[in-house]
Ligand binder design. Structure first.
Ligand SMILES: Cc1cc2nc3c(=O)[nH]c(=O)nc-3n(C[C@H](O)[C@H](O)[C@H](O)COP(=O)(O)OP(=O)(O)OC[C@H]3O[C@@H](n4cnc5c(N)ncnc54)[C@H](O)[C@@H]3O)c2cc1C
Length: 432
């Protein structure tokens, strides 16, 4: 197979899929990078800072987004999902369904005139519903491709956007389309989702406005987020003076949640505890945990620094209940401190819950279409724990990032590169 005709398909445009696509493309092979949402970037695009270095997430991700957009060997296909897969290693035929975005990608310049004119405002899912976007929108300022999308469910067909678009890029009659791709190899990088923490009503999420989850906190402290980076309580817009972070909600819970550890929550909560103190050094910040799992490079040092330099307080114990004051929306956390065996009631203005990590929605359907096995927890099964961490049971199909289990960014990127290496072995040796 020549480098000109050998092609790879990467499904999922988070940081793992992006890395895999870039590594394959930089070896001279063509890559289709397929993402179901309007932009690549995945969850990393939503984060404020990243542990353990506290680098700005957008600052390290944006150059990668542009590299992908400009790469001559990468064809980016957003609003797209795998419809069916036939064939075998070296010769897969993949049918893709491309959802109509009602804006022609080749004509849209990303100027935003359409969005400014749109009269409809809806909750912005990128901001976890804490801010608003228009019915014609891009999910975030650095969205890639820089092309607007019409949310037809909320569009009122007023056509104001159509009239204002100087390039005639908007077509409100656009239909979904199907594309056939011939590829030698497939990499699955479909990432993860968060456990629905409202399934623990005793913790108050969904009932009390000042109980939020970790991704909502990430958006609240983000300068590009719904409050322009001002850390406030949702009930009254006041600066929280006391914040509690509750660990392992929906994770390591065989009864109500998932049995496994989500691997990233300890570290992102320590990061967010430090960030809360950076925003308001006068605040008191507490973390309620079962065990602290700080196993990565620099993680233990980061944990120690959170305690010694920033004064984050750690209480070992599972939270029994979060209660709300009758008139104030202030909160009280009830916890057994297992270090002292004492029941404690600690007051907070804001409580942040760390949800467990679960496989991305639609994983079952996609696994069936491709014919790959899943673990009991619903992730993609790998062929060998030690020597095949990115290899699935189907030759020519690889997996990386959180699609086979929770991972942090460095591990997701390493897995992306590892899967790319395996994929290029197939591409170099024959097939489509
Ligand atoms: C609150 C929070 C804070 C975090 N903070 C940090 C941190 O500070 N440092 C750190 O190292 N890690 C952090 N992480 C972990 C980090 O988010 C993950 O390591 C990283 O996002 C994994 O990348 P991924 O590409 O595997 O998955 P994702 O980021 O989930 O990307 C997967 C992509 O695939 C797309 N997709 C899904 N299904 C399909 C489909 N069927 N077809 C096409 N596309 C599909 C999705 O739309 C998405 O774009 C944090 C996680 C959370 C929840």
């Amino acid at each position: 197979m020549s480098k000109e005709t050998a092609r790879a398909l990467v499904v999922g445009g988070g940081v793992a899929g992006m890395q895999a696509a870039l590594d394959i493309a930089n070896q001279g092979f063509k890559v289709y990078l397929v993402e179901r949402s309007p932009s690549i970037g995945g969850r990393m695009a939503m984060l404020d800072k990243t542990f353990p270095t506290l680098d700005c997430s957008a600052c390290i991700l944006t150059p990668k987004l542009s590299e992908i957009a400009r790469h001559p060997n990468i064809r980016l296909m957003t609003c797209a999902e795998v419809g069916s897969v036939t064939g075998s290693a070296g010769n897969f035929r993949v049918k893709l369904r491309r959802k109509a975005r009602f804006v022609r990608e080749n004509l849209c310049s990303g100027c935003g005139a359409c969005s400014a004119e749109c009269p409809v405002e809806v909750a912005n899912e990128f901001d976890q519903g804490l801010g608003f976007r228009k019915a014609i929108y891009t999910p975030f300022p650095q969205a890639t491709p820089n092309v607007y999308t019409v949310d037809k469910e909320n569009c009122i067909d007023c056509s104001r956007c159509v009239k204002v678009c100087e390039r005639n890029a908007i077509d409100l009659e656009m239909k979904d389309s199907f594309v056939n791709l011939d590829v030698g190899t497939i990499i699955i990088a479909t990432g993860f989702e968060l456990f629905d923490v409202s399934r623990y009503p005793r913790l108050g999420y969904g009932q009390y406005p000042n109980v939020i989850h970790a991704m909502e906190f990430e958006r609240l402290i983000n300068a590009a987020g719904p409050t322009h980076g001002h850390l406030i309580r949702l009930s009254d817009g006041k600066k929280p003076k006391s914040i509690g972070f509750i660990q392992c909600v929906g994770a390591r819970d065989v009864q109500k949640g998932v049995p496994y550890c989500s691997r990233v929550c300890c570290m992102y909560s320590i990061k967010n505890a430090v960030m809360a103190l950076e925003h308001n050094p006068e605040a008191e910040v507490w973390v309620y945990y079962a065990d602290i799992r700080a196993f990565g490079k620099g993680f233990e040092e980061f944990y120690e620094m959170a305690k010694s330099r920033f004064g984050v307080r750690f209480v070992r114990g599972r939270v029994a209940e979060v209660m709300e004051g009758k008139s104030s929306h202030d909160l009280v956390v009830k916890v057994e401190d297992t270090a002292t065996s004492k029941l404690r009631l600690i007051e907070h203005d804001l409580v942040v819950i760390s949800p467990g990590v679960i496989p991305s929605s639609g994983m079952d359907t996609m696994a069936k279409k491709i014919g790959i096995d899943q673990t009991n927890d619903g992730y993609i099964e790998i062929s060998h724990t030690f020597f095949g961490p990115t290899i699935t049971k189907i030759p020519g199909v690889f997996v990386c990032g959180c699609a086979d289990g929770p991972k942090d960014i460095p591990d997701s990127v390493s897995a992306g590169s590892a899967a790319a290496m395996k994929a290029t072995i197939i591409l170099s040796s024959g097939g489509t």
